[in-house]
Design a protein around this ligand. Structure first.
Ligand code: NDP
Ligand code: OXD
Length: 313
């Protein structure tokens, strides 16, 4: 049974090797190889060429090699087949590391101390306790829920905002458009782990930035985005960093990736940039996950983590 691996922007060799190790009984092919398109039953993909998947007539299941699926839902010719996304402790743990790291960088005034060290200055600032700081996570799903639990363990006050009502122990829950304003008003550090959908595109704009708490201990609100770049209006974020309405920000995802060299974001004050590496998809861990899902599917068990095509995530 043939499994196709189509990863644009990633090196395919590592994936092929990992998948062959995880599923030695399968034939694994790349789009450029010589193979019969009708032999392919499963496709493991990251940003496949739009229109490509519809050329595989016997395809049964599409596996997104990331947690996000906007790289698939943006294909107007995406076949009407089950789309399974990644939900795996390896990926989740990596994202939680990024969130905790970046929350702490702002909370512990890393930019100030890095600049002081570079200038040879001994310049302590007042340090607030984690319990004085309110973190708000937009997107309280697999990733947001795990990050929330890690931040709670460190003592932060944590709230989450989701589309539907959610309960995570110790986390103040807000949902829907009515829940947004009160959620923002109690948030010092906003973390977006939202998927990109029609409803979340350009959601984090000037109004959202101005709705954040202004009375927190950090001297102004901070925004972290590791969901998708197009959920944030970058020009609004830039203006708020420049005029001081925002104290700081961390961005892992951007409207255009790679971030162009002439983007003003590179030079924005108090902004940490990482190149979409918050939670990389690890070939070994995720090949094992997909091989397990395919085996379960062939044994007649239901596929897990199916994408709701109407919802967009
Ligand atoms: P989930 O589907 O588990 O969670 C998504 C969350 O967002 C849910 O809580 C959902 O609400 C909420 N949500 C969706 N739409 C809205 C809306 N319109 N209003 C309010 N809340 C909304 O996804 P994951 O946690 O697994 O992943 C989240 C995203 O993280 C991915 O889609 C991807 O874009 C990004 N990502 C980025 C990576 C990186 O390296 N930078 C790596 C991996 C993922 P509800 O609970 O009600 O459904
Ligand atoms: C993902 C990503 O969606 O890496 O997994 O962005």
């Amino acid at each position: 049974m043939t499994v196709l691996v189509a990863v644009r922007g990633w090196k395919p060799d590592h994936w092929i090797h990992a998948l062959r190790a995880a599923a030695p009984e399968r034939t694994v092919v790349l789009p450029g190889d010589a193979f019969d398109p009708a032999s392919v039953r499963y496709a493991l993909v990251w940003k496949p060429e739009p229109g490509y998947l519809k050329t595989l007539p016997k395809l049964e299941v599409i596996f997104s090699l990331g947690a996000g699926v906007d790289h698939l839902t943006s294909d107007p010719e995406l076949p009407d087949l089950p789309v399974v996304r990644i939900v795996d402790p390896d990926l989740t743990g990596r994202m939680t590391e990024w969130v905790v790291l970046n929350v702490l960088m702002h909370h512990r005034r890393h930019a100030h101390y890095a600049a002081a060290q570079a200038a040879g200055r001994w310049q302590p600032l007042r340090q607030w306790a984690a319990g004085d700081v309110r973190v708000g996570i937009m997107g309280l799903g697999e990733l947001g829920g795990d990050a929330a639990r890690a931040l709670l363990t460190l003592g932060f006050k944590v709230a989450g905002w989701s589309r539907t009502e959610k309960h995570v122990d110790g986390v103040a829950g807000f949902h829907g458009s009515d829940g947004l304003a009160p959620f923002l008003a109690r948030t010092d550090i906003l973390v977006s782990l939202l998927p990109l959908t029609a409803a979340t595109e350009n959601l984090i704009d000037r109004a959202v930035i101005d709705g954040l708490a202004k009375d927190g201990p950090l001297g102004g609100p901070v925004i972290l985005n590791a969901g998708r770049g197009r959920s944030l209006v970058e020009s609004d974020l830039l203006a708020a960093l420049e005029d001081g309405r925002l104290k700081g920000a961390s961005l892992d995802v951007f409207a255009t990736e790679p971030l162009p060299p002439d983007s003003p974001l590179w030079r924005a004050p108090n902004l940490y940039i990482t190149p979409h590496v918050a939670a990389e998809s690890d070939p070994e861990a995720l090949s094992r996950y997909v091989a397990g899902e395919i085996a379960a599917y062939e044994a007649g068990r239901p596929l897990g983590h199916l994408v709701d095509r109407a919802r967009g995530y």
